[in-house]
Write a protein that binds this ligand. Sequence first.
Ligand code: NAD
Length: 509
Amino acid sequence: MDTQAKIDVKRETAALLEKLGIEPSAYTGGDLASFTPVTGEQIASIKTHSATDAEKIIDKADEAFRKWRLVPAPKRGELVRLLGEELRRFKNELGRLVSIEAGKIPSEGLGEVQEMIDICDFAVGLSRQLYGLTIATERPGHRMMETWHPLGVVGVISAFNFPVAVWSWNAALALVCGNAVVWKPSEKTPLTALACNAIFARAAKRFGDAPEGLSQVLIGDRAIGEVLVDSPKVPLVSATGSTRMGREVGPRLAKRFARSILELGGNNAGIVCPSADLDMALRAIAFGAMGTAGQRCTTLRRLFVHESVYDTLVPRLKKAYASVSVGSPLETSALVGPLIDKAAFDHMQKALKEAAANGGNITGGERVETGHADAYYVKPALVEMPKQVAPVTEETFAPILYVMKYSDFDEALRDHNAVGAGLSSSIFTLNLQEAERFMAADGSDCGIANVNIGTSGAEIGGAFGGEKETGGGRESGSDAWKAYMRRATNTVNYSKALPLAQGVSFDIE
Ligand code: NAD
């Protein structure tokens, strides 16, 4: 348990922002209050943008795009390389700011910045690999190929729980693909967005001739996000947040035929089979379910344990839950930091009440007092459930792990897939048939299906995202870059005849 904070968070925040070259006028005297979940106190007030400001920002980004799309892609990669360098230089400051504003423990705050560095490296390589195909044509003296062109202004809407990495996953790719970026961060984490903006400005300055307005930030709540979503000058919006948000944003984008990358809620599960390495499973489950105080989209929320190992694994898990340290990520070495705010705490308590009413047996879940009335620390909760009923089927963005016993693999797989979300999943087994089945066409229906690895902590090299109510978007690695470009199919006739496709004849005199 934490004790009364001894440090002055507000002063430390100001010092970090100063180091990044951000003037106090940017984070004082504004209308958007920024709080730290670590102590619950207000640490800044930032000026929000109006709808008119937002339109001007988008116009400027559109102008920047028109210049940037003509810069050769490897040269665009140079800007992202410099961004990676600046992120390396300010890794500690930005990581600490993530801990202050989102409440992550130090290794997770720094890990988030490392992810930004990794995606920059990936994007730099990608800037020389934006390949199209050459395709065999049926007509003599012709050549057919695909060309990938820049798309336009990419809107990025992000959630509080990955306040900086999500921007970089999108921005690093969008920039090498020749696009401009306008970012609407969560209204709960505006300071880290200002910090990223300042770091980007340093990279752009070193680059020399990046067009002004290539990457900008829009500060405000969902109303300002809606301006981005409705702007005809924004052909793609990558939106990360709750499924509720996706249900509003998705149809609005579809209405104007804009593209979307939707990265929405998860309700991730794991299956522990009879042959599982239980030591390995225990560590993976503990990190997946309790890490980041259960506030990752990939947090492990449901666990199906085979009856033959249930009585061995679950008591060990309960012991881990009882002993995990909860406290200030700024002053202690606790493994679990605070929830983002009171609303998150209330949602958690409501879900626990509902679980108890439906037969759940709860370990943990109570508030941990830290001497800060407005900070919400909790003991992670493990809830043994007789079966998969509400609230297990919904994502509650807090550290609650629902544990259920199974006897038949097919039944476990069916329950595993019987929820709305489809983000991440894992199986713990040494049995090849079970492992392969889990990853097969009739296995896990999630965008991420892991074997002997937990649900959370994906690497940037793979495409990240999920199915069903998680929205279907993919970002980060693999060929996710294609969503940020427009594909043109080009056919060139270098013969002296004009043969028509499919043997059609259309001879005019
Ligand atoms: P949220 O949906 O409340 O807000 C996310 C962002 O969307 C914020 O910037 C918010 O201002 C904006 N927004 C909300 N409604 C909008 C609208 N109608 N139009 C435009 N913008 C709108 O989510 P949150 O509480 O910040 O984050 C937690 C949620 O995000 C969880 O459900 C979590 O699973 C999800 N998440 C998903 C991923 C993923 O990659 N799949 C990653 C991180 C978080």
